[in-house]
Design a protein around this ligand. Sequence first.
Ligand code: ZN
Length: 253
Amino acid sequence: MKITFLGTGTSQGIPIIGSTHPVCLSTNKKDKRLRVSVLVEWDGYTYVVDCGPDFRYQMLRSNCTKIDGVLFTHEHSDHTSGLDDIRPFYFRQGDIPIYAHKRVLKSLKKRFDYIFVTKNKYPGAPTVITNRIKNRPFILKNIEVMPIKGKHDALSVFGFKFNDFAYLTDMKTVSDKEIEKIKHVKILVINALRIDPHHSHFNLEEALEFINKVKPEKAYLTHISHMLGFHDAVEKTLPKNVFLAYDGLEITI
Ligand SMILES: [Zn+2]
């Protein structure tokens, strides 16, 4: 299985438009972060988790020419607003499967009504095949994917475990029962927004506590704000099996 980090930044991305914060002005490529998304590939299949405003550029940058589906963690704009840009895949491949909780599907249908209409549909609009996911395992091609439920402030969000790879973002609370599902996983990805606490995201300290509970072989932090600090400086402070993810990072499991 190959994982490619397409984006590792928080909702505004890094740099933030117009910001003069030193991290936003950094010339280190690892400090440039598009909105969070990850590509998961195995046995010739390719799935994307989340499809935010940078989706088009992320597909170009990773030379991704085919997708088998898009999984959504939740409906916030930084995770969904690129859905229209599945068009090139739709034109080449046909209807594109999407996987989301029913609340997220409802939100997508409202915001991208022209994608979901069946009558008088504009010929250039893409069509999706909706797959409603609940908090129970589901099959993608030849593997079983396990949803991991957590809370993003009051909103329920799903993380996903693909074999020995668990990807969780926008978490603030995760129950012990859900943590049990990913204990001792090989690779864990978890959000760590910044140093200071935040109402809907783990800060660095909370992310490290979470990693201590899960006890993965290796953990990577994502959904990073400029307020976490410079990539290279922060990484030096982390435990030896914890790393900051960065855009373009590839991991093979
Ligand atoms: Zn987010």
